[in-house]
Design a protein around this ligand. Structure first.
Ligand code: 6GU
Length: 229
């Protein structure tokens, strides 16, 4: 997969893209990433990318020119199919099902909004999926783009060292994760459930399933019924 990110703040992605699962997936060739700054496509000598809103009011609005130019520039680098995603609080709320769909695409082009907003013609003039990551306000689409990248990349074949761990994960199985323990057996008086030390694999598997169900019922009963009409 190829992921292009269009942003006014490419530097905030650098450590993220080099670290952890995403960093390893890039090193392994599962995904390539490219950062593009809209500001490099500004048309005036001040390199401005925003302007005051028509009709008045506070704040500044991201202008069309640099966004369309940046998009056309990166899209021309590769003629294959691509999926555009506009990160905006007005978008559809991201779910694991949407993440799984995006993970099957050959190329994602992520567009991060910023400032108080962007010119409506960016939304209407670009054929993009509009995605939000939840009902709260971020100063820009960058953290949302990182959330989306992380969630997508870990589903790519070969991205996780242990192929089983993705399928076993909380939301993939539709349940929250069961509790995990590692050494020491006792820490500050807190012990490990006996069954995990028993060596009985069938018993361990059953216990984990029960724990996952119990946790999900207690904390996120909505997940048990997710997908039902
Ligand atoms: Cl994608 N952008 C911004 N600015 N705020 C958000 C968001 C996106 N998703 C949730 N809040």
């Amino acid at each position: 997969m190829r992921i292009d990110v269009l942003t006014l703040f490419p530097e905030v992605f650098e450590v993220f893209l080099a670290s952890s699962i995403v960093g390893r997936a890039r090193a392994a060739g599962c995904v390539s990433t490219q950062l593009t700054n809209f500001r490099d496509f500004a048309r005036d000598r001040h390199r401005s990318v925003d302007d005051r809103p028509f009709g008045g009011g506070p704040g500044m609005v991201l202008t069309c020119g640099p966004v369309f130019d940046a998009l056309e520039h990166v899209e021309a680098q590769d003629s294959g199919p691509l999926t555009r995603v506009l990160l905006t609080p007005q978008g559809r709320k991201l779910t694991q099902a949407m993440v799984a769909d995006l993970a099957r695409e050959p190329r994602l082009v992520l567009i991060c909004g910023h400032y108080e907003g962007f010119d409506e013609r960016i939304r209407s003039g670009i054929d993009a999926r509009e995605i939000s990551i939840g009902d709260y306000v971020l100063s820009g689409g960058e953290p949302a783009a990182m959330v989306l990248i992380d969630a997508v990349v870990r589903l790519l074949p070969g991205a996780l060292g242990d192929e089983a761990s993705a399928a076993n994960d909380s939301f993939s199985a539709g349940l929250l994760e069961y509790p995990q323990y590692t050494r020491p057996r006792e820490f500050r008086g807190m012990t490990v459930p006996e069954v995990l030390l028993s060596g009985d694999h069938a018993k361990v598997a059953l216990w984990r399933k029960e724990q996952a169900l119990k946790r999900t019922l207690q904390r996120r009963p909505d997940l048990i019924h997710a997908g039902e009409a």
